[in-house]
Ligand binder design. Sequence first.
Ligand code: URA
Length: 292
Amino acid sequence: MTDTSFVPQLDARQRAMLAEMGVRVWAPKPPPAVTAEPPAVAPPVAAAPATPPPSAPAAAPIAAPAASRAPATPAARPVPAPAAAPSAAATAAAPLGLRPVGIDTMDWPALQAAVAGCEACSLCRSRKNTVFGVGDTQADWMVIGEAPGENEDLQGEPFVGAAGQLLDNMLRAVGRSRSGSGEQGAYIANVLKCRPPANRNPQPQEVAQCEPYLARQVALVQPKVIIAMGRFAVQSLLQTSEPIGRLRGQVHRYQGVPVIVTYHPAYLLRTPGDKGKAWADLCLAMETVAAE
Ligand code: URA
């Protein structure tokens, strides 16, 4: 029988329904009591602490029935930067947790809270912030990069460093921006939501743990086209080890959404001679949206 007794937000009927459906509910277990005596004044139901304990996510429970049954209504745009995660020092010795269940039915607030509290891989120990995504959640363009770098980790927003400035210029060239909406907008996210230390390459198990979050973002945005930027984004979306040069110029698919493969802006900063190819890729993306 499913044990939901540690989830204070559920009433008896919800507990019974979840148990009946065999649905597992993820929520942080309360920390063990340190004193035998209860506090003199105890709140009726513990509110989420302003600063979560090291092993707790920012919001709980993630997969309460209301959230899992709610229609996938995107939140108002753009989605703000997530709350800061527990400090690296506080989490250095903590064991890794499980990824929340029910990601594929979460709405925007639940998904963002799940990412902010995620401890499914060791990147949670060194991150300063999770980097969820930015832009219009109903845009018809979605840009997917690799992973946050130092600036993104500090600010909790994707593509805010030098590569991000180039990305903004590329988007402007096609009449879009991260602050625009609809046909002038773009939603920007990464495969990994946490910065790999010293910007090392993402590891396969990190990509595997993070992929469901991105999959849900794509399902909620329902873009008309995805621009996959750089080797890691491309290879993890398309499940291939083919190099970018071999994948460009074709329309691929992820969750049924057309995917255009192009170079990462950081690569283009190092190799400006390939900017013309990236422009051709953006033109293919525009043609693809027009044809959808
Ligand atoms: N590179 C990426 O792929 N994503 C970012 O957010 C920043 C740099």
